[in-house]
Each structure stands twice: as structure tokens, then as C-alpha cells.
Design a binder for this molecule. Structure first.
Ligand SMILES: Cc1cc2nc3c(=O)[nH]c(=O)nc-3n(C[C@H](O)[C@H](O)[C@H](O)COP(=O)(O)O)c2cc1C
Length: 174
């Protein structure tokens, strides 16, 4: 039997999804012209420890889609709390290569850009891609990774949470 029709609209769906707090990453690769490409991605998650697999999803309307589908390798750069400017810069529509202007980075072992100052990074082999609904799900096989102790940038309810380390009092339950 197919799924029942949703009892919500897309605004309610987005609002509910937004209650799931995430980190913020920038996924990067080298395009066919040799220039770096990258965009802000919060759909990153772990899949498997053995083999080491991660996933993230990309809108089918993304201008970076053909380059990221074709890339053999990409990097997932997990942003630190003080990298809000990078998160915003890599989310602006336009030429993906221009986003790297004034951003400090170095090529990873397989060329994919590693951004300076991130709290973690995963160098991935572009293992598989699945088109589902209006997104493409990428599963990456992690070849190298690293991390620092820097606090992560956090995104939830449609905004950046700049004080994840500070305990806040929850409002009373209804
Ligand atoms: C915090 C945040 C998280 C985002 N996560 C995703 C994501 O997981 N997948 C996606 O396709 N776009 C995501 N976006 C939107 C893209 O970063 C944005 O649309 C970007 O301009 C796409 O660039 P492109 O069209 O050049 O690929 C996110 C944006 C922000 C601000």
C-alpha cells in the first residue's frame, strides 16, 4: 500500500524538521575545470563505522550537482562556531568557485579543498548517489578524517545558534 497523503503543508514540514538541530558543513570538490566548488550543507550524517560511510543530500536544483556527481572525491568540512561568515558565503547562490575568494584552504590528499579553521573534516571517495524526491543523497566512503576541540557551529529552527555551549533554561512544557 502506498503512503497516505501528508496532513501538513511544506511550511509545517520544514518547521518540524528545523527542530532537529544539526551542525553546519561545507562540502567541497574540484570541478572539471580545475576550480574549487563548494556549498553549505547541514544534511550531513553518519551511516556506517565499518566501512566508514557518511551521507548528505543535495537539492536537484543545485548548480553544483553535476560537478559533485562527477567528482571522484569530495571533502566535508565541519564548521567551527566562529565560521558563521563561511556558512553564509557558501550558501549564496552564484558562481561556486567565487565562494573561495578570501577563504584560506589547502587541497586534501585527493585534491578536495580542506577549509582552514574547521572543527572536523572528512575526505571522502564519492561512493554512491541516489535520487530521492527533489534531492540527491550522496554516500561517501571516508578515506581520511581529523578534528580539533573547537566548538561546532549549530543550526536549528532556520537560524544559526551562536551559543551552543551556554546552557539555557527550557520554557515550561504546555
Ligand atoms: C545552514 C544551511 C544548510 C544548508 N544545507 C543544505 C543541504 O543540506 N543541501 C542542499 O542542497 N542545500 C543546503 N543549503 C542551501 C545551499 O547552501 C544553497 O542553496 C547554495 O546556494 C547552493 O549552491 P549551488 O546551487 O551553487 O549548489 C543550506 C544552506 C544553509 C544556510
Amino acid at each position: 500500500m502506498p503512503a497516505a497523503l501528508p496532513n501538513f503543508d511544506s511550511t509545517a514540514f520544514r518547521s518540524a524538521l528545523g527542530r532537529f538541530a544539526t551542525g553546519v558543513t561545507v562540502v567541497t570538490a574540484i570541478g572539471p575545470d580545475g576550480r574549487p566548488v563548494g556549498l553549505t550543507v547541514s544534511s550531513f550524517n553518519s551511516v556506517s563505522l565499518t566501512p566508514p560511510l557518511v551521507l548528505w543530500s543535495l537539492s536537484l536544483t543545485s548548480s553544483s550537482l553535476p560537478m559533485l556527481e562527477a567528482a571522484r572525491h569530495y571533502a566535508v568540512n565541519v564548521l567551527a562556531a566562529d565560521q558563521l561568515d563561511i556558512a553564509k558565503r557558501f550558501a549564496v547562490r552564484g558562481n561556486p568557485a567565487d565562494r573561495f575568494a578570501q577563504v584560506s584552504w589547502r587541497p586534501g590528499e585527493n585534491g578536495a579543498p580542506l577549509l582552514h579553521g574547521c572543527t572536523a573534516w572528512f575526505e571522502c571517495y564519492n561512493r554512491s548517489r541516489y535520487h530521492e524526491g527533489d534531492h540527491c543523497i550522496f554516500v561517501g566512503e571516508v578515506e581520511r578524517c581529523g578534528h580539533t576541540d573547537a566548538m561546532p557551529l549549530v543550526f536549528h529552527a532556520g537560524g544559526f545558534d551562536l551559543t551552543p555551549q551556554r546552557a539555557r533554561k527550557a520554557p515550561p512544557s504546555p
